[in-house]
Design a protein around this ligand. Structure first.
Ligand code: PGA
Length: 254
């Protein structure tokens, strides 16, 4: 059985106090209301990770993560955060290659491959994001784009390393726009990604990898999305900023 993972990416939102309040609410609501199988990952800005990790330590369903990391281990890289620092603050996941990093910070597949290595070397779990823009989908080049993102970012890994990855398919046109990919569109891409992994490694490995969908996931579209055979959870942005909407998405996963 593949792991089901719902992750909430806060992006650059919430002060420490607001964040602590949100996490307490989420933790309590999950204890009271959720008996399903999903793991839940809270991904706040770097500066809140330590406090969030401490707050959720008692709730075994919850884990924390970082939104980015440096590909360097340590040294004179002002403003950067290493995977060892992230780990020492209690996080276990790191998002790599979110479309906002690709778009606003010019992160390329080759560059992201190094970050994936750094995350795996520290024993953390990368959540590697991929997804096409609207222009790419309209030009029908999305399969090629996704293949490039997956192969250039991940296919240097050994099968042993690959096992420790999570992939998030996030069509750029669906992020923060209120436009969700239809379940059929998302399922098609998830199956395509699994096929790429099967062709490069083997079907057993491909079937073991958690592939999340991301892009305007809300409580009212989550049930249908999660019913698709290759969708193993969600990477949630906007709806992760409120306890009720986030917990309702988690509850959509049996
Ligand atoms: P959204 O963001 O849920 O606000 O569309 C998703 C993401 O960027 O991970």
């Amino acid at each position: 059985m593949r792991k089901k993972i719902i992750a909430g990416n806060w992006k650059m939102n919430k002060t420490l106090e607001e964040g602590m309040g949100l996490v307490s609410e989420i933790s309590n609501m999950l204890k009271d209301e959720y008996t399903g199988s999903a793991s839940v990952v809270i991904i706040p800005p770097f500066v809140h990770i330590n406090a969030v990790s401490k707050l959720i330590a008692e709730n075994s369903r919850l884990a924390s993560g970082a939104q980015n990391c440096s590909n360097h281990k340590s040294g004179a890289y002002t403003g950067e955060i290493s995977t060892e620092m992230i780990k020492s603050c209690g996080a276990t996941f790191v998002i790599i290659g979110h479309s906002e990093r690709r778009q606003y910070f010019n992160e390329t597949n080759d560059w992201l491959a190094k970050k994936v290595d750094a995350v795996l070397e520290s024993g953390l779990t990368p959540i590697y994001c991929c997804g096409e823009t609207l222009e790419e989908r309209e030009a029908n080049s999305h399969f090629g784009i996704l293949e490039k993102q997956i192969s250039e970012g991940l296919f240097h890994l050994s099968a042993e390393q690959f096992k420790n990855l999570v992939i998030a398919y996030e069509p750029v046109w669906a992020i923060g726009t209120g436009k969700t990919a239809s379940t059929a569109q998302a399922q098609e891409i998830h199956a395509f990604i699994r096929g790429l992994i099967a062709a490069k490694y083997d079907a057993g490995l491909a079937n073991s990898i958690t592939i999340q969908y991301g892009g305007s996931v809300k409580a009212d579209n989550a049930v249908e999305l999660f019913s698709a055979p290759d969708i193993d959870g969600a990477l949630v942005g906007g709806a992760a900023l409120q306890s009720r909407s986030f917990v309702d998405i988690v509850k959509a996963m049996a």
